[in-house]
Design a protein around this ligand. Structure first.
Ligand code: GBH
Length: 489
């Protein structure tokens, strides 16, 4: 054994080092001399006004699929089509949050959450997608927002988390049509007029690539289509146009203090090595890999490289469209899960994407590769590239096996490991001055995980779907401690 130092000997040499520094820089340095293991005041401590909370989405938690005048959405149709979801499960009941929202607000309160991100079901408000609004629909979100505020929790509402009214899919082909973009603008304006007295932060869309690429190109999400490239690119264009129309309609109809952003699951580039030229390459990759969504929204222009790469399949658009799409935002929400590793390359684009080797660790969802530093790089890249003044991490979290013990516990140490590491990297971003204001953990409670339905659990609270009972997992106790200390624990 080499380097065998006794505790006493080790202490002595540290003491000697402290004396040395004291003798070189006198008084101030002696204050710095400290015993090994002394907690430092700012060790993974977040700024005082940093906001912690949780996120969910309407179709994943609400249930009450046919109540109070709600019209069907494409996810009702899709989940009721045999073979589309795990064991043909549906969101008909989900977490029944529509009826249990008061109880769920208490779950948030127990955690100490200051913010809650939920989404609004478009077809509750406009059962036919357009036309006459259904008052009972908007009233639910008014009640929910009031309940949150009464408990000291600030509501953040997402207007679209994938549950397009089925009527729009049937009538005009959903996102393949500009009419859907126009309808979304009208819906957004209406919601702003009815809700902005109590909801001060809105996100237009959640994750363009999920509902467009998976829904209209791969067919694994509703509406289950596999469009050829030109039609796909037009659907992408209609979706960003819808976002812009919504921003404009909300500005026109909302109370003055309303803040508007979006929640995008951008492809989050991470340099393979934290050094040049990979950092530059990762920065370039962020713009290019998000060209069809976030980049055009932030820059008001499709990148030449993107249009060129799409050739004859490029979307058709007008200069006016681009102005609408790039309507100024107050903040940016980013959903961050897995990293996309980038290397510098001697090629026209200047980078290559490095695929994960088969041994790369992931959580229970096999797409969820574990790369905590993505929370740092995601925040840094968007702040640097687009000069974003305010960022929220609108989703981050993971799936685990989450076995419930007979006495009602879930020891999800893997989720805690995941979150602790990711949030430590978020701390790095915040302490370097990147303007991240808050963090929404996905998710408050287990819920309908789309095509994976109830086979994947992402919650801090375990849900027994037979009884609708909620059980705090070990990670819920952990997050509660983190929030109360405002530091990584
Ligand atoms: C988010 O998507 C969603 O906003 C949220 O609703 C969801 O519950 C949460 O993440 C957890 O998944 O099955 O191989 O086709 C994150 C981005 C895009 C990741 C779709 C999973 C499907 C991969 N997701 N993707 S696959």
């Amino acid at each position: 054994m080499q380097n065998k130092v006794s505790r006493r000997g080790f202490g002595k040499s540290l003491g000697a080092a402290a004396m040395l520094s004291a003798s070189t820089t006198a008084g101030a340095a002696s204050k710095r001399a400290r015993a090994v293991g002394t907690p430092q005041p700012n060790y993974y401590q977040f700024p005082k006004n940093f906001l912690w909370g949780c996120a969910t989405a309407a179709y994943q938690v609400e249930g009450a699929a046919r109540e109070d005048g709600r019209g069907p959405s494409i996810w009702d149709t899709f989940s009721h089509t045999p073979g589309k979801t795990f064991e043909n499960q549906t969101g008909d009941i989900a977490d029944d949050q529509y009826h249990r929202y008061k109880q769920d607000v208490q779950l948030l309160k127990w955690l100490g959450a200051k913010i809650y991100r939920f989404s609004i079901s478009w077809s509750r408000i406009f059962p036919e997608g357009t036309g006459k609004p259904n008052e009972r629909g908007i009233e639910y979100y008014q009640r929910l927002s009031d309940e949150l505020r009464a408990n000291g929790i600030e509501p953040f509402a997402t207007l679209f988390h994938w549950d397009l009214p089925q009527a729009l899919q049937d009538r005009v082909g959903g996102w393949e049509s500009r009419d859907t973009a126009k309808a979304f603008g009208e819906y957004a304006g209406y919601v702003a007029s009815k809700l902005s007295d109590r909801v001060h932060h809105f996100f237009t869309m959640n994750e363009f690539s999920s509902f467009i690429d998976l829904g209209y190109a791969e067919g694994r999400f509703a509406p289950g289509l596999q469009l050829p490239p030109a039609r796909l690119n037009q659907a992408r264009h209609n979706a960003v146009l819808a976002h812009g129309l919504a921003v404009q309609a909300m500005r026109a109809n909302a109370k003055a203090a309303t803040k508007i952003g979006l929640a995008e699951n951008l492809t989050s580039a991470v340099p393979v090595i934290e050094a040049e030229p990979h950092i530059q390459a990762s920065n370039k990759a962020t713009r290019f890999l998000n060209a069809q969504y976030l980049t055009v929204i932030m820059e008001g222009k499709y990148m030449d490289e993107y249009l060129h790469a799409q050739g004859a399949n490029a979307p058709k658009f007008t200069p006016e469209d681009l102005k609408i799409i790039s309507s100024p935002l107050d903040f940016l929400g980013i959903n961050i899960y897995q990293p996309t590793y980038i290397r510098a390359a001697d090629s026209p684009l200047g980078f290559v994407r490095v695929k994960e080797p088969s041994s790369f660790p992931h959580m229970l969802s096999n797409w969820l590769f574990i790369g905590p530093e993505v929370l740092y790089w995601g925040s840094r890249h968007v702040a640097e590239i687009w000069n974003v003044p305010e960022i929220y991490i609108t989703e981050n979290g993971c799936s685990s096996t989450d076995d419930l013990t007979p006495d009602g516990h879930v020891y999800d140490t893997d989720r805690i490991m995941f979150l602790r590491n990711y949030i430590s990297k978020l701390h790095r971003a915040v302490s370097e001055g990147y303007p991240v204001r808050g963090y929404f953990l996905w998710s408050l409670l287990d819920n309908f995980e789309w095509a994976d339905a109830y086979s994947r659990r992402f919650g801090l609270y375990y849900v027994d779907y037979e009884t609708q009972k909620r059980y705090p997992k070990e990670s819920a106790y952990w997050y509660r401690e983190l929030i109360s200390r405002n530091a990584v624990v």
